[in-house]
Write a protein that binds this ligand. Structure first.
Ligand code: SF4
Ligand code: SF4
Length: 188
């Protein structure tokens, strides 16, 4: 299963508004420290700098085939399901944050209420019931495609066949399974 989330430069492309999917994301609702509209997950350390070019990149857990987070977890709390989704078992997580350090994509964070690692789950509760993730469902521009790459005729397979897609930081060897269309080379 793959999500295609086209990356859009905040200058040239406007089909990804970058707001509605966050409003629907259950992870944002679980941890109110994220806030909703108007809040960013990470502090912008360059806010005072002069900016020549800026990019907006919707980020989520890439469900890597070789997930760094799983390799470093000392508690066995991070695991990969048989259908290839990387999840955290909160009952086993000791909150050491090794996985947060190890993930090259900043996909994980410490849940401030539960003191365990958390992340986008690709709405595992939905996709295992043959539903789309909430962000895919609500995206008003259809910027996200979710589907089964094993099915050659699925929309995601056709899209990847017909477009030049890429993954962030391929040099990390984690083999991300979220593919971007139009990913700017400068975006890491
Ligand atoms: S994106 Fe990060 S958290 Fe998600 S599977 Fe890959 S290494 Fe793990
Ligand atoms: S924070 Fe939890 S999931 Fe992450 S490495 Fe530590 S025990 Fe594993």
């Amino acid at each position: 299963m793959v999500i295609d989330a086209p990356a859009h430069s905040s200058v040239n492309h406007h089909s990804c508004p970058g707001t509605l999917c966050r409003c629907q994301c259950p992870v944002y609702f679980i941890d109110p420290s994220f806030g909703l509209l108007g809040h960013y997950r990470f502090a912008n350390s360059n806010a005072a700098d002069e900016v020549d070019q800026a990019f907006f990149l919707p980020k989520l857990c890439n469900r890597c085939e070789r997930p760094a987070c799983v390799q470093v977890c000392p508690a066995g709390a991070t695991f990969r399901t048989p259908d290839g989704v990387v999840l955290v078992d909160r009952d086993y997580c000791i909150g050491c944050q090794y996985c947060i350090q190890a993930c090259p994509y900043g996909a994980r964070y410490l849940n401030s209420q539960l003191h365990v690692a958390d992340e986008c789950t690709w709405c595992y509760h939905r996709i295992t019931r043959n539903m789309n993730p909430a962000c895919v469902e609500v995206c008003p521009t259809g910027a996200r495609i979710f589907g089964d790459l094993n099915d050659a005729e699925s929309p995601i397979s056709r899209f990847i066949r017909n477009h030049r897609v890429s993954v962030p930081k391929p040099e990390m060897g984690t083999r991300p399974r979220v593919f971007y269309f139009g990913l700017e080379r400068n975006v890491k």
